[in-house]
Write a protein that binds this ligand. Structure first.
Ligand code: RIB
Length: 295
């Protein structure tokens, strides 16, 4: 089974600071670092590091060729990535002394997908393959329609949540991977159990993975539910923690692993990622995750 991620590639400019800047305030930074990121690429790298057969598709500008090298380095098939005459997407990320972040996003090339490009990419995939999407590229409504018509299983991480998701027919989604804030935005509810119940009522066809930050993660499919607590660690940077969880979860699911084991592996991978700076470079290898679980 192949997994395709049509998703963002961002150059992440990370500013370490005492606290996240407030309106009207000027705040000195203690350190600046540049990393590769973007929810799409982060999740593709997590899938690759977990051992999945992952293809990443998306657009970069001339300043983004480094993503092709990253695909080779981490085992992501990047043959569908195309270069256009536009800036590569970028993110300005502030990280405070508690490892909390806040992100400013410039879409750039990520927002220039066309129907012709989507058709070209999807032509390489078939019924039963998994398509993974986030909300950092354009054309989501079209991509979902075309992939669904082909019989692909569609996994959606509706992040960041905004009105662009209105174009997506969510009844065509097989797997939702979302945090409690996004779950609240979709359902209008706050309590995790209520969010899950409402998601299941709206989308009875879907598996739901709801991450709850320090409170762990929940999984629901029909009458089956599982809960996975976090592995507590001293975090230095929480960027890409959710992306790591998502990539590992889909990798385990595509292997046919039992869901409780998939949840445990994903939570461990995510707990390792937050102990390291950056997005792509923070994502652990499957071997590291398994060794950590065996301790
Ligand atoms: O989920 C983390 C990612 O969000 C960062 O890598 C940044 O690029 C933004 O897309």
């Amino acid at each position: 089974m192949k997994v395709l991620c049509i998703g963002s590639m961002n150059l992440d400019h990370v500013y370490m600071m005492d606290h996240i800047v407030a309106p009207g305030e000027t705040e000195a930074v203690s350190e600046i670092k540049n990393f590769l990121g973007g929810k799409g690429m982060n999740q593709s790298v997590a899938l690759a590091k977990a051992g999945a057969n992952i293809y990443h598709a998306g657009l970069i500008g001339p300043d983004g060729l480094v993503f092709l090298d990253a695909c080779k380095e981490h085992g992501v098939n990047g043959e569908y990535i195309r270069q256009i005459d536009e800036f590569t997407g970028h993110a300005i990320i502030q990280i405070d002394k508690h490892a909390q972040n806040c992100i400013l996003l410039y879409g750039g090339a990520n927002q220039k997908l066309t129907e012709a490009y989507v058709d070209e990419v999807l032509a390489g995939f078939a019924a039963g393959d998994i398509l993974l999407l986030q909300n950092e590229v354009n054309m989501l409504g079209y991509i979902v329609e075309q992939a669904f018509a082909k019989g692909m299983q569609i996994a959606l991480n509706p992040s960041p949540f905004n009105e662009k998701l209105d174009e997506v027919d969510m009844t065509k989604i097989s797997i939702f991977l979302l945090n409690e804030i996004e779950g609240g935005q979709i359902t209008g509810l706050v309590k995790p159990e209520e969010i899950i119940a409402s998601m299941q009522e709206k989308f009875p066809q879907a598996k739901i993975v709801l991450t709850l930050g320090k409170d762990g993660a929940m999984y629901a499919e029909g009458a089956t539910q599982y809960y996975q607590p976090i592995f507590p660690v001293q975090a230095v940077d929480t960027t890409a923690a959710g992306d790591t969880f998502t990539g590992y979860f889909l990798a385990g699911l595509s292997e046919g692993m039992p869901i409780p084991a998939v949840l445990k592996m994903s939570a461990k991978a995510s707990s390792i990622a937050v102990t390291r700076p950056g997005a792509v470079p923070s994502i652990p290898l499957r071997k590291e995750v398994e060794e950590a679980l065996a301790k």
